[in-house]
Write a protein that binds this ligand. Structure first.
Ligand code: SF4
Length: 385
């Protein structure tokens, strides 16, 4: 799924996803507590500052806009996050950081919203699961109202709110209700993150790795069920098109399987027109883990570490990153990977659909057709739209 924090304006961006604290209060039942426990301790403030300045210098030297998305812990915020956030605000004032976002569970308390506002955070990605009864059953009683309060407060503080729905079987029937509710509240974005059952189940998603097999967060959709969700959402978007054209366009383009769906519905031209109007930035991705390890994407091997690391050196020495240096190079690289898959090489929407990175071995990268794709899964309803 696209991330709205990596926006679509022209130009070059380097985007750091910063998992700045490993420790958590473990109250988010979706999460896997063991995954938060690591051998090495979290980076201290000095090493975090070193990583930040290395990233900002690299962006400046290569004429890229520096974007940072923090994933702070749910428990009380502490250093190094607090001091780093202050430093980033100063760097933003000097034009050295262009965009700052935080991704966090939706029921974030008021004091943290104030802190984000004072730190001049541009965007907050907040999870919401659906209508009140649906969300409270998945999380806890009161979770929905707390989330709504946080979203309103953040929006009223001038922060762009990006609601994020992690879609599993439990909340999939309520997607349209959730979209309608968010639009009624005045939020004009909504991001879906979808777990799919299958051989590479959950690849590229957050869901599907809970240790309890009975957990609702483990009840993933089939690709054909995801298709049905997209059809429902499209019918709704068509019905509100006159009032919410931008939301509609953004939603369709953020979910790449709409290219295939619109083709199947005889509306391929419509998708082509929407995609052609979209100016795409080239985004060079990095992720910094709490213990200082740097990867280009979650599944890729470590390419460097702090303290002592250098983003410039990592870029120069880790070959696959060269493919991310521009939008054209990225497209060429993905087209070569995609041509290895039978169903994709004959697919009429292949130019809109990128394969997904699912693993790495001996520095070789392994790709898979988009895991959300229903082509070849068996007969699917043509749907109405
Ligand atoms: S994954 Fe392959 S077959 Fe499916 S929509 Fe994308 S290009 Fe087409």
């Amino acid at each position: 799924m696209s991330d709205s924090t990596s926006d679509t304006r022209p130009g070059s961006v380097c985007h750091l996803e910063w998992f700045i604290n490993s420790r958590c209060d473990y109250t988010c039942r979706r999460c896997v507590p063991e995954a938060s426990v690591q051998d090495k301790p979290d980076l201290g403030l000095e090493a975090c500052a070193e990583a930040l300045y290395s990233f900002v210098s690299f962006a400046e030297e290569t004429a890229r806009d520096a974007h940072i998305t923090f994933y702070p812990r749910q428990a009380e915020f502490t250093d190094p996050f607090l001091t780093i956030l202050d430093t980033v605000r100063d760097l933003k004032t000097r034009g050295l950081v262009k965009h700052v976002a935080c991704a966090i569970r939706g029921d974030v308390p008021s004091d943290k919203i104030k802190l984000f506002r004072n730190a001049q955070v541009d965007a907050l990605r907040l999870t919401i699961d659906g209508p009140e009864a649906v969300q409270d059953e998945l999380r806890r009683r009161g979770s929905f109202q707390d989330t709504l309060a946080a979203m309103r407060e953040a929006r009223d503080s001038g922060i762009l709110v990006i609601p994020l729905v992690i879609l599993v079987e439990h909340n999939a029937p309520h997607v349209v209700d959730t979209m309608r509710m968010m639009l009624d509240e005045g939020f004009d974005r909504l991001v879906l993150q979808v777990g799919i059952r299958g051989d590479v189940g959950g690849a590229g998603t957050l869901a599907g790795h809970h240790p309890d097999p009975e957990s609702p967060w483990n009840q993933l959709l089939l690709a054909s069920e995801y298709r049905a969700v997209l059809v429902e959402a499209l019918n709704f978007l068509d019905s509100v098109r006159d009032r919410h054209e931008e939301f509609r366009t953004r939603f369709i383009l953020a979910n790449p399987m709409y290219a295939r769906l619109l083709f199947e519905l005889g509306r391929a031209r419509e998708y082509d027109q929407l995609a052609a109007a979209q100016a795409r930035a080239s985004v060079l991705p990095f992720a910094l883990k709490p213990d200082g390890a740097v990867v280009a994407q979650q599944q890729l091997p470590e390419i460097g570490a702090f303290p002592g690391g250098s983003f410039k050196k990592m870029f120069e020495t880790f070959h696959p990153l060269r493919w991310f240096r521009g939008a054209t190079q990225q497209d060429d690289y993905m087209a070569v990977k995609q041509s290895a898959f039978g169903k994709c090489s004959s697919c009429p929407v292949r130019s809109h659909c990128k394969p997904m990175l699912v693993g790495v071995q001996d520095r070789r990268l392994f790709y898979h057709p988009d895991v959300h794709c229903w082509v070849g899964e068996g007969a699917v309803d043509s749907g109405q739209a």
